[in-house]
Design a protein around this ligand. Structure first.
Ligand code: AMP
Ligand code: ZN
Ligand code: FE
Ligand code: FE
Length: 300
């Protein structure tokens, strides 16, 4: 007599998962772009996006290795912006190839980061922590030097016990060696990405902002500038946050996206392919984002 597969087995057979928010060593992650693809394949992901901060440098390596491994790859990046509710992050997916306007915007954001790093090092020097700019560049390798690299150096030099202490005591927002990044307005970032033909996503909306009228109206305003989706699934979103974002997306007729925000060793407790705990992002989410693009006549 044939027995039917258990519900779990059946789910494993039919369910396909994706991760539309990851970082590589081209910005502040620790896996190289090709290593990320291998990891995605080992995890059985059907598709993933590389969304490094302020750079497209990892995209071709990740894309070619993802294709070799039979996975769908989405070209992305993550850009910080300064809203009335504080710093928010915007993700562009399906970024165009060879777009000078995009490269120029990202290059000026990287220059601004360099100036900010210099100021943060001066503040750290006042606190008695001696770090050279060259050390941060070295720690970042091919990546975009930022606070995770400063945290690692503070730890390696024995100034702090771990990276968390570095952020909590010295380089986190409001701490004595913190300097805000020079950021663009979210309207400008969303508008530019949208005009370039990217799918524009409001990343981890509830990471730092409390749910309520203020975030609803910010999201509605960004929709007018070209915002296309909310990142419903994210490692920092629990069930409540997901439910809130899903409802808001429905209310504003926005799409939904989701990913881990994996940074490798630079962010502990975040795992590629998982959006908090055992939560995964189903492939269907990508299909729906693609349908929205097709309706607008955009390639995917
Ligand atoms: P930056 O773009 O240079 O301001 O650095 C932001 C990065 O630092 C992001 O990847 C954050 O996830 C990471 N970060 C922010 N706060 C913390 C924290 N408390 N512990 C570890 N990483 C953090
Ligand atoms: Zn990061
Ligand atoms: Fe982010
Ligand atoms: Fe991120």
């Amino acid at each position: 007599m044939r027995t039917l597969p258990s519900k779990n087995v059946a789910e494993k057979i039919k369910m396909q998962y994706i991760d539309l928010h990851t970082h590589s060593s081209a910005s502040d992650g620790t896996d190289s772009p090709a290593e990320l693809s291998v990891k995605a394949a080992r995890l059985g992901l059907t598709a993933f996006a590389l969304t490094d901060h302020d750079t497209l440098a990892g995209l071709s390596a990740a894309e070619s290795s993802a294709k070799d491994l039979g996975m769908e790859f989405i070209r992305g990046c993550e850009i910080s912006a300064n809203s009335e509710l504080g710093e928010i992050h915007i993700i562009g997916l399906w970024l165009p190839h060879g777009c000078d306007e995009l490269e120029n915007m990202l290059s000026s954001l990287r220059d601004a980061r360099e100036k900010r790093n210099i100021l943060m090092l001066e503040k750290l020097a006042v606190l008695g922590f001696k770090i050279d700019l060259e050390e941060i560049r070295h720690a970042a390798g091919d990546g975009v030097p930022g606070r995770p690299h400063i945290a690692r150096i503070l730890m390696d030099k024995g100034y702090v016990a771990d990276k968390r202490e570095a952020f909590e005591k010295f380089i986190g927002a409001g701490c004595p060696a913190y300097m805000p990044k020079l950021t663009l307005s979210p309207e400008l970032v969303v508008g530019k990405l949208s005009k370039m033909g990217a799918t524009v996503v409001f990343a981890h909306p509830l990471l730092k902002i409390v749910p309520g009228a203020a975030i609803d109206s910010l999201t509605a305003r960004l929709k007018e500038c070209g915002l296309d989706a909310l990142e419903v699934w994210h490692s920092a979103h629990g069930q409540k946050e997901r439910a809130y974002c899903r409802k808001l997306a429905e209310k504003l007729e926005l799409g939904m996206s989701g990913g881990s925000d994996y940074h490798g060793e630079n962010k502990h407790g975040i795992f590629m392919g998982f959006a908090g705990g055992k939560t995964r992002v189903p492939y269907d989410i990508l299909e729906k984002l693609k349908q929205r693009r097709k309706k607008r006549g955009q390639p995917c």
